[in-house]
Design a protein. Structure first.
Length: 558
């Protein structure tokens, strides 16, 4: 059938199962917005294009589907950059559609004409500048496939205005030749898997690290089954939290520079690391030489470029993680199980030597996280964080039971991510309650998206940990700058009044009793709620390891 480029986009979005898009209109993208007028798609008008990108990101992480955002040319497109970089670093599938000046104006410094594909090339998995309307539908279909397959990531499609208005002959989707990445590449043989199992079964002190790649590869069931079959101790990167239920006796918690002591000490004492879906970033390893010393390392990843990139490995397995883990489990059935009793006795000694002692007399972040976890124990929830101290307190102390119940910005560490990502997650998971944990600094960066949340009456609960400072920078200045605090104290801000002006119920808490009452009210409320938790700026994230040091050398805060 004959149609315009804009209507072809709508048809492909529907083909791809898209139901919600986030965006902000403008001149160059206006023909697509005209096509959206009577389209069976839900469009969420955000306050800022960065909010649209983060919302699409949160939607993708919570649902496992591809998130979609739309922006116009020039500043509209460049405002997506931080959101695209955040998704790229954390391997999140997004398709961003941007308007562009007409093809005859490309490269002529026309009004709002910017080389968006050049700008975003390093922070997208792939991008396109479409100059022929006849290619538009197939490029869009390919973009969704590339975003999903293998290691997921964001795709940008830049479309000149005349391509949006030009007519083309639209053909419904044909069965496309996928798979970009086979289940098991040719260079991964049965011998490779058997070699990994031989080393694993011969180890005396093994540990399994789970990373965000397990979520991307939908391999959480197989990961848990392998650990259970082998009775392996398990630690998690920041991105891998939620894959193992917090209460699972095999799970030791977060590892890395703010990891739990038991998790980091287990890594240090191990003789073998089985790393699944993690790239061994600097935040995980600290001193890489000390980290890998006297250890056998087996790394499983869908992306061959990540194998051995940060640490030399003894066995590499590249491919679909569900397949690789399933093969390992299947082959274990014919082999005797090793006895790790001595290793577990050592781990349990570590566990009992570092009990969690909560201060219940004052309002503090550790208590807040534990209280919220207990309060929602029977509720389906999705936790979304911004970036800073509150993010680490949440990672250390929340109870997580679902691989997609934890959403945070890991690789980029993007302040301002939390609130719009929570909005996107709530659209993706209407049957769950989304709880955003934000700092006072990060909330201010994208806090106007509270207006979007209020406009749609999205029942997000936003807990602002207000320590009147840029807390993580302040903590780093405590450790590295002899407590010379520069540009970290934040002037008082009326978050309660701001939320109410936006049309959102808002409550303030200064002690545990007030917080418990406020959180109970928020849970019972069917609309959005902001809770401002007033805590001391002297609160620090503990444990902490100085970057570049061994991960069992913890900072002492006295």
């Amino acid at each position: 059938m004959k149609t315009t480029g804009s209507h072809a986009i709508i048809e492909v979005l529907i083909e791809q199962g898209v139901d919600t898009v986030f965006g902000y209109p403008g001149g160059a993208i206006m023909p697509l917005y005209d096509a959206l007028y009577d389209a069976p798609l839900r469009h969420i008008l955000t306050v800022h294009e960065q909010g649209a990108a983060h919302a699409a990101d949160g939607y993708a992480r919570a649902s496992g589907k591809v998130g979609v955002c739309i922006a116009t040319s020039g500043p509209g497109a460049t405002n997506l950059v931080t959101g695209l970089a955040t998704a790229y670093m954390d391997s999140v599938p997004i398709v961003a559609i941007t308007g562009q000046v007409g093809t005859s104006f490309l490269g002529r410094d026309a009004f709002q004409g910017v080389d968006v594909t050049g700008i975003t090339m390093p922070i997208t998995k792939h991008n396109y500048l479409v100059q022929d309307v006849s290619e538009l539908a197939d490029i869009l279909r390919e973009a969704f496939m590339v975003a999903r397959e293998g290691r997921p990531g964001p795709i940008l499609i830049d479309i000149p205005r005349n391509v949006l208005t030009d007519e083309c002959e639209f053909q419904p989707a044909q069965a496309m030749q996928q798979t970009l990445l086979p289940l098991i590449p040719a260079d991964i043989t049965e011998t490779s898997i058997d070699n990994a199992l031989t080393l694993l079964l011969a180890a005396k002190r093994p540990v399994m690290i789970v990373g965000g790649g397990i979520k991307s590869g939908d391999a959480h069931v197989e990961s848990v089954l392998l650990a259970k079959t082998m009775r392996l101790p398990v630690v998690s990167t920041l991105m891998g939290l939620g894959i193992f239920p917090t209460a699972n006796p095999l799970f030791l918690g977060l590892t890395g520079i703010h990891g739990h002591r038991i998790a980091n000490c287990t890594i240090t004492g191990a003789d073998l690391i089985l790393a699944v879906g993690t790239r061994f970033s600097d935040r995980v390893t600290g001193d890489r030489i000390l980290y890998a010393a006297d250890k056998i390392i087996i790394q499983l990843d869908v992306d061959a470029s990540e194998i051995g990139r940060n640490l030399a490995v003894d066995v590499e397995l590249v491919g679909n993680l569900r397949f690789l883990l399933s093969e390992m489990i299947k082959r274990l059935n014919n082999r005797p199980r090793p006895d790790f009793t001595e290793w577990w006795n050592h781990i349990n000694t570590l566990r009992h030597s570092d009990p969690l002692c909560l201060d219940t007399d004052s309002l503090n972040p550790q208590w807040i996280m534990r209280h919220m976890s207990d309060a929602v124990a029977t509720h389906p929830v999705v936790w979304v964080t911004d970036v800073g101290q509150h993010q680490m307190w949440a990672a250390q102390h929340l109870d997580l039971y679902d691989s997609r119940s934890w959403i945070t910005s890991g690789g980029m560490g993007t302040m301002g991510f939390g609130l719009p990502a929570a909005m996107g997650a709530q659209f993706a998971r209407p049957g769950s309650r989304v709880i955003a944990v934000c700092g006072d600094g990060g909330f201010k960066m994208t806090g106007m998206e509270l207006y979007t949340i209020a406009t749609h009456n999205i029942p997000v609960i936003c807990v602002i940990i207000d320590n009147h400072s840029l807390g993580m920078v302040r903590q780093l200045q405590t450790v590295f700058c002899e407590s010379r605090y520069t540009s970290v104290k934040l002037p008082a801000f009326d978050f309660v009044g701001f939320a109410r002006i936006c049309g959102v119920r808002s409550l303030k808490a200064g002690n545990p009793g007030e917080f418990a009452a406020a959180f109970a009210r928020a849970l019972s409320h069917k609309g959005p709620t902001v809770i401002v938790a007033d805590i001391s700026p002297q609160q620090v994230v503990d444990p902490m390891v100085k970057p570049g040091q061994a991960i069992d050398q913890f900072v002492s805060f006295g």
